[in-house]
Write a protein that binds this ligand. Structure first.
Ligand code: F6P
Length: 361
């Protein structure tokens, strides 16, 4: 008798738009082509695998979720020792529990949907002997091996819309606004939203800024009669002074910093130079909430169905990625090896400069 194909699905790390569309893509394609499939949805990311806490998913569970934000399975961040282990708060390796669940459910494969950190921990599962296929999600767009991730475009839309709204009030009151966007240590989201919304200045981690140059740009605008300015700053942006410091030194400064985040730091520094305090606006987690935009629904569906095909072909140990507009399997060892920062010579940076946007460099 033919044995069932058993598949586990996990959504792990910070949520974003398109997770349910991806889950749906995996489930719908598996149910379409296999009449002997069992799907286990692990609750709250790796926690579900560690504690064997799961939902047995039927075909109907994959219907009506493409428009929903968040993840129907829940998610969490699990403590991780880089390249070594997924651990509990006491540092105990949790791999034995995860292997236990994998074997107990007789899984043929685990679909792990996550960002940078999740790709790295999924590689540990693979190294421990589990069959793994991963999907790249994050609003940060910083996963190596794929040109884009789902969640990113939805967040760009939200961030752009947020800046658009601030723009009109900044103009009316002739004010300077510093708007802080997410992206962790990468500037993709801020660069795209900044260009799309016509921000005047963009500060991103990949181009360390000099606050005097930022102030100079604002004063130049004033001289030309543009009395308001919009500065889009990525949460990981760093000044030229700080970029030479070690990570520990930077963390120490951050811990001592009275300002809650980089936007406040930039605003306070500008106040000292310009004489007036710029306004700060931070959309925060709003950027990764709500329904996915159509582009992300399509992308997540393509990624999800591609994962199902990899499983049916028994091709494990891959992340589904997008390269040059084609869906490709990327070896997980490669995808988990590094972070995809914005290259300094990326054409979008020049596009921004061509339209007069300055980077404070
Ligand atoms: O990686 C996605 C992301 O939203 C980053 O942009 C941000 O730095 C981080 O997660 C926030 O994490 P948390 O949801 O744990 O506060």
């Amino acid at each position: 008798m033919r044995r069932n194909v058993n598949v586990g699905i996990i959504t792990s790390g910070g949520d974003c738009q398109g997770l349910n569309a991806a889950i749906r893509g995996v489930g719908k394609a598996l149910f379409k082509y296999l009449d002997n499939v069992e799907i286990y949805g692990m609750y709250d990311g790796y926690r579900g695998l560690i504690e064997c806490d799961y939902k047995f998913m039927e075909a109907k569970d994959f219907s009506g979720i493409i428009t929903q934000g968040g993840t129907i399975l829940g998610t969490s961040r699990q403590k991780y020792i880089p390249g070594k282990a997924i651990v509990d708060e006491n540092g105990n390796d949790l791999m034995p529990q995860m292997l236990n669940t994998y074997n107990r459910l007789n899984l043929d494969c685990l679909v792990v949907i996550g960002g940078n950190g999740t790709q790295k921990s999924a590689k540990l599962l693979m190294d421990a002997g589990m069959n793994v296929v991963t999907l790249p999600k994050t609003i940060d767009n910083d996963i190596w091996g794929t040109d884009t991730t789902f969640g990113y475009q939805s967040a760009v839309d939200i961030a752009t819309n947020f800046i658009d709204y601030i723009h009109t009030t900044a103009f009316s009151h002739s004010r300077v606004f510093v708007i802080e966007l997410m992206g962790r240590d990468a500037g993709w989201l801020t660069l795209s939203a900044g260009i799309a919304s016509g921000a005047d200045c963009i500060l991103i981690p990949e181009i360390p800024y000099d606050i005097n140059k930022v102030a100079e740009g604002i004063m130049q605008r004033r001289k030309k009669g543009r009395l308001y300015s919009i500065i889009a700053v990525a949460e990981g942006a760093v000044s030229k002074d700080d970029v030479v410091l070690s990570e520990d030194e930077r963390r120490a400064i951050k811990d001592r910093m009275e300002q809650p985040s980089v936007a406040y730091k930039v605003a306070n520094q500008l106040k000292d130079i310009l004489g007036t305090m710029p306004h700060v606006a931070v959309p925060g987690h709003y950027q990764r909430g709500g329904p996915p935009c159509p582009l992300d629904r399509v992308l997540a569906t393509r990624f999800g169905t591609a994962a199902a095909h990899l499983i049916m072909d028994k091709k494990y140990g891959y992340m589904v990625g997008m390269q040059n507009n084609e869906i490709v399997p990327v070896p997980l060892s490669e995808a988990a090896s590094r972070t995809k920062f914005l290259p300094k010579d990326h054409p979008l940076i020049q596009t921004a400069r061509d339209t007069g946007i300055f980077f404070g460099d």
